[in-house]
Design a binder for this molecule. Structure first.
Ligand SMILES: [Ca+2]
Ligand SMILES: [Ca+2]
Ligand SMILES: [Ca+2]
Ligand SMILES: [Ca+2]
Length: 310
């Protein structure tokens, strides 16, 4: 079954609406990489899989990434053998590599991503997240660029059950995980130039698990269950092709929905030092960055986000 532009147009608010056909896969993907990164015991493997949809297209899940091909973002807090700063007062900006996005003004981005991000600035991929799944980490990226600056972030809510957007959690083998990105970008004087909020654009490219294929678009709200179950191997997923130029400044994101915002409590970061050690950056008075995502924090797992600031 395909969800065409027409069916999406008729629905008031499908999950992460895209004006493009989705293709559907069912069941578990085949593992092609047992883990991009190993953080040791009691962490989830950042495995990668492949699965073919009904039309024969092969999809990489949870996403095709550039992991290992570009530098990792510097650590704010990384319990997988990296730096674990106690607070923003411990940041030494001069020790952070300066990435070149083609300009001369210097900026710093502070990022907490659930679970994995790749950061493009003015079309250039300048850093990726070293820890694709768990433990939860946070990062900073320094870069040079000229204004206007277009930030484009690929976000992946990683998964344990490849192709089925779920993990063993809360007593269920197939429990949908949630996503979320919070970021605060400052200029060389420490002045805020951008924070994550509803002025960003957010588009979904992979939605799973779908307990029933027909639940994807229903009467303004998804009817897809977000409950964990013991066996979801018969569940499905929707995939949309990522435009090759989605990260360049001139890409037309005007048809993408505005990002949805979520509270710290909804995303569940109060017990995560990668967030709480830097609340002055992520909950700055007067520049309080929101967690952002598509409209569905649980079921949308590959979400592309864009924002241009002057
Ligand atoms: Ca991460
Ligand atoms: Ca999810
Ligand atoms: Ca997650
Ligand atoms: Ca905040």
């Amino acid at each position: 079954m395909k969800y065409t532009f027409a069916s999406i147009f008729l629905a008031a608010a499908p999950i992460g609406a895209v004006a493009q056909e989705a293709t559907i896969t069912t069941g578990l993907a085949t593992e092609i990489n047992s883990g991009l990164f190993d953080c040791g015991p009691r962490t989830r493997p950042s495995a990668v899989g492949e699965i073919a949809s009904d039309d024969g297209t092969v999809w990489t899940v949870p996403a095709a990434t550039n992991y290992g091909t570009v530098p990792f973002a510097a650590d704010l807090f990384n319990e997988c053998g990296g730096d674990q700063l106690g607070s923003s007062a411990d940041i030494d900006l001069n020790s952070v590599p300066l990435m070149d996005a083609g300009g001369s003004e210097t900026f710093t981005a502070y990022i907490f991503a659930d679970n994995y991000f790749e950061l493009y600035v003015n079309g250039a991929l300048i850093a990726v997240d070293e820890v694709p799944f768990t433990k939860f980490n946070s990062n900073l990226v320094r870069f040079t660029a000229d204004r206007p600056v277009t930030l484009a972030v690929m976000m992946v809510d990683w998964e344990e059950n490849l192709g089925l957007g779920s993990e063993d959690n809360r007593g269920k083998a197939f429990h949908p995980g949630d996503g979320g990105l919070v970021a605060h970008i400052q200029d060389a004087n420490g002045e805020t130039v951008a924070i994550t909020n509803d002025t960003w654009r957010a588009q979904t490219f992979y939605t799973s698990p779908l307990n029933d294929r027909s639940c994807l678009v229903v009467d303004g709200r998804s009817a897809c269950s977000e409950e964990g179950v013991d066996d979801a191997t018969g569940y499905s997923a929707a995939h949309w092709a990522v435009p090759s130029d989605w990260m360049v400044p001139l890409f037309d994101d005007s048809v993408w929905p505005a990002a949805s915002t979520f509270s710290n409590d909804t995303v569940g970061v109060k017990n995560k030092k990668a967030f709480t050690n830097f609340e002055d950056l992520f909950d700055t008075p007067g520049a309080d960055a929101d967690f952002i995502w598509s409209s569905n924090l649980e079921l949308d797992n590959l979400v592309l986000l864009r924002k241009t600031f002057e």
